[in-house]
Design a binder for this molecule. Structure first.
Ligand code: KG4
Ligand code: ZN
Length: 339
């Protein structure tokens, strides 16, 4: 089954064709990063406008790259939640138009479900159940993935997401958007023990995360150094900060491993590209003698191939939307669209 998938939840306009949830026939991503760099982060209104401008050509290219025509597509899928509402609406409405025009089923896909599914295209043998750590710009979740469409969130951030905390700290250090990615580039070989930051804890919720205190600590440190006219040691501060964020992610993940005793651990979301996180997760998985799955780097950030992968399993589960489908800015991963 060939699914044409569309992703527009944030600042990437993406389309892909994926066969049977595993084989990527094409994947096109039009990034808006160069424009959002000017503002230090994603400007929602600009993102929506750029999606409108590029979606036709991105979808056309995805079909052409797969050497198919629209008639060869068996279903149309789109990210419908969660994300920037104006941005999501562009992809949802384009997908609805295609579904109407072709008469092919419309499959709604939750953004975090698709991030997890990026592992199904990277490793064709991966099957639920497994434990997933989803770390993106807007979410940090530990999830018991019971089946392709059945999820139990067992831990979540109480405030900032890991990616958001990295982006804001990086911006204060003078690094360009996207901060997490640039911090990784600048600081991956810095000294992770050169600066001390608080180790964030959440009372009475041993699998939950909290990053806002850590973020404030690094921002205060940089403001202090700036006020004293001292140089900002971006490499070592960045390395120490990344070490703290990753330690916190590993600590909660290890508790979840001890609790669930899974056979496999799956990493997903934009932050799964982080070099320190990938290294430390490997050490953790080896320690507990469990399999570790991480997306190929090109499928860590937002893309439509992961949407096409998840859409196949949503379709098999009967999750097909009517043309009344609407975008939703916030929606838990275990909820379905009411369409
Ligand atoms: O999943 P994603 O592409 O978009 C959302 O769904 O939010 O994640 C974007 C986040 C941003 O915060 C970005 O800074 C972060 O992923 N990111 C990284 C790296 N690459 C992207 N964070 C740390 N290290 C990286 N290498
Ligand atoms: Zn994402």
């Amino acid at each position: 089954m060939k699914i044409l998938a569309i992703e527009s939840s944030c600042d990437d306009t993406a389309a892909a064709v994926v066969e049977d949830g595993r084989e990527v026939l094409s994947s096109v991503v039009a990034s808006q990063v160069p424009e959002h760099i000017l503002y230090g982060g994603v400007v929602p209104e600009i993102a929506s406008r750029r999606h409108c401008e590029s979606i036709s050509s991105v979808v056309k290219k995805a079909i052409e790259d797969a050497r198919l025509s629209l008639e060869d597509i068996d279903a149309v899928a789109c990210t419908y939640a969660p994300g920037l509402i104006g941005a999501l609406l562009v992809g949802v409405n384009f997908a609805k138009g295609l579904s109407y025009r072709t008469g092919k089923p419309l499959v709604p896909v939750h953004h975090l479900r698709s991030h997890i599914a990026s592992n199904y295209i990277t490793d064709k043998n991966l099957k639920p159940p497994f434990l997933a750590l989803v770390v993106s710009g807007g979410h940090t979740h530990l999830i018991n993935v019971k089946s392709y469409t059945d999820y139990e969130v067992i831990g979540r951030t109480r405030d900032d997401a890991a990616g958001e905390a990295m982006d804001k700290a990086a911006r204060t250090m003078g690094l360009a958007y996207p901060g997490g990615l640039n911090m990784d580039k600048v600081a991956f070989d810095g000294d992770p023990f050169s600066y001390k930051f608080p180790s964030p804890k959440v009372q009475d919720a041993e699998l939950d995360f909290s990053f806002s205190g850590l973020k404030t600590a690094v921002i205060n440190l940089i403001h202090n150094l700036n006020q004293k006219g001292e140089e900002i040691d971006v490499k070592n501060i960045g390395a120490s900060y990344m070490h703290c964020v990753v330690s916190c992610l590993c600590d909660r993940t290890e508790r979840a491993i001890n609790m669930l005793k899974p056979d496999s651990l799956v990493l997903a979301g934009g932050v799964s590209a982080n070099s320190v996180l990938r290294r430390e997760m490997k050490i953790l998985a080896d320690k507990h003698e469990i399999n570790l799955y991480m997306p190929e780097l090109r499928f860590c950030g937002d893309n439509a191939a992961m949407v096409g992968a998840q859409a196949y399993y949503e379709y098999l589960d009967g999750n097909i939307a009517s043309l009344k489908l609407n975008a939703t800015a916030a929606l838990d991963i275990d909820k379905k669209s009411n369409i």
